[in-house]
Design a protein around this ligand. Structure first.
Ligand SMILES: [Fe+2]
Ligand SMILES: [Fe+2]
Length: 405
């Protein structure tokens, strides 16, 4: 049973929630609290009874402790708990208070189906990551680090009196950490967007310059990368590889005649596909140093599975799912190392990101069956990759030469 705590100071909203979620009572163990203080007591009681909550859904505006303060406390005492905030549109300013504490934001009044889906999805992700220590580590991450040079560039861009959204988007798009952090914020249902946002241009223009300035300069949502104590691990190299994979994924999707939304998703999934490596290197430097020693900058997933009992693909997908990014992107990240195992029949994003990763690493490798590439054998057969490889390869070469956007 998934254990969920709902917190709202208005009795009729709590009653409404109870009614609306009655159908879930065989799957969910639900509890309702009327304030932040009452919620903390309940969390404590249930924890002492050996039944910690899996999900806390809190209202934002409440007398006394507000939703942001409550979730900050929950993050401290129970970091693996999924934290959702419910808020009204007029609360755009106060929602900014929760950027470091809530995993996702839902709009009030909340559509019951959306609430059910969000909770079920967040919980299903745990199957990807069974290690409780890692669930806690990933649950606490509120943003991904940025390369210092790009961070400085964004800062000075935002402080310029004549800064334009286009300029800012261009700089943010050069950094994996900032892209992920901003899409986390804008992907949430709070903003009531009809279509998911998968480009940084849309995310930035949606937020507007003033909100962006507040988020970056006052709230400090972007962070410069700190030194990682893993010999041979370089965040610069990882971000560089991610950007190249993103570009190659878009080129492949374009060659396959896929639509613009898929092209954008392919780019984003390529950019984020290896972020689990950063999480692992940061959170378990010693074991990860052994992974690096065995694999260098090569294919780490097998050594990760052996030494850490998980892979960067699972960790990355878990984080992005928790942050509310689309299923398409989460699935591509989860399966990018073994796309043949993905539940898709056609050439989909997992296979595209997989091939893009190889293309980014070995742009000159002409033989798709070469052991160096280690292309997924099921994919090679199923999606005719042997024939497609030379086409993708020359398109990527043209792209690198600047001949194609
Ligand atoms: Fe990877
Ligand atoms: Fe990769």
């Amino acid at each position: 049973m998934t254990r969920i705590l709902f917190v709202d100071d208005e009795p009729n909203i709590r009653d409404g929630m109870r009614r609306m979620l009655r159908s879930m009572r065989n799957e969910w163990d639900m509890e309702f609290a009327e304030s932040g203080d009452a919620a903390l007591l309940t969390i404590d009681e249930w924890r002492n009874a050996g039944k910690p909550f899996d999900v806390v859904v809190s209202d934002m505006r409440m007398p006394g402790m507000d939703g942001a303060d409550l979730l900050a406390r929950v993050k401290e005492i129970s970091p693996d708990c999924v934290r959702l905030i419910l808020s009204g549109h007029s609360d755009t300013a106060s929602i900014m208070k929760t950027v470091g504490t809530a995993h996702q934001y839902l709009n009030k009044p909340c559509d019951p189906e959306l609430l059910k889906r969000t909770i079920k999805r967040a919980f299903a992700l745990r199957l990807l990551l069974r290690d409780e220590h890692l669930q806690k580590v990933v649950g606490q991450i509120s943003s991904l680090p940025s390369l210092p040079v790009v961070y400085q560039e964004v800062m000075s861009c935002l402080q310029r009196p004549n800064a334009s959204l286009g300029d800012v988007a261009k700089v943010i798009g050069k950094d994996v950490g900032m892209t992920a952090t901003l899409l986390k914020l804008v992907s949430s249902a709070f903003f009531g967007l009809s279509k998911p946002v998968s480009t940084i241009e849309r995310a930035v223009s949606f937020l507007g310059l003033d909100t962006l300035i507040t988020l970056v300069l006052a709230q400090g949502i972007f962070k410069e990368a700190a030194q990682i104590r893993v010999p041979g691990f370089s965040i610069e190299a990882l971000w560089q590889h991610s950007l190249q994979t993103a570009g190659a994924a878009r080129v492949i999707a374009a060659q396959e005649g896929l639509d613009q939304t898929t092209l954008d998703d392919a780019f984003l999934a390529g950019m984020l596909h290896d972020i689990g490596k950063l999480v692992l290197a940061q959170s378990m430097p010693d074991p990860y140093a052994e992974v690096m020693r065995q694999t260098g900058n090569g294919y780490a997933a097998t050594a990760e599975q052996e030494l850490l009992l998980t892979t960067h693909a699972d960790v990355g997908a878990y984080l992005l799912g928790l942050w509310g990014l689309t299923d398409a992107v989460v699935e591509a990240v989860a399966f990018h190392e073994h796309p043949g195992a993905a539940p898709t029949e056609a050439l989909g994003l997992p296979a595209i990101v997989h091939a893009a990763d190889r293309l980014a690493r070995f742009p000159d490798q002409a033989d798709p069956c070469s052991g160096q590439l280690r292309l997924d054998t099921r994919c090679l057969e199923q999606f005719n990759m042997s024939e497609r490889w030379p086409i993708w390869q020359s398109a990527w070469a043209r792209h690198l030469a600047g001949g194609e956007k």
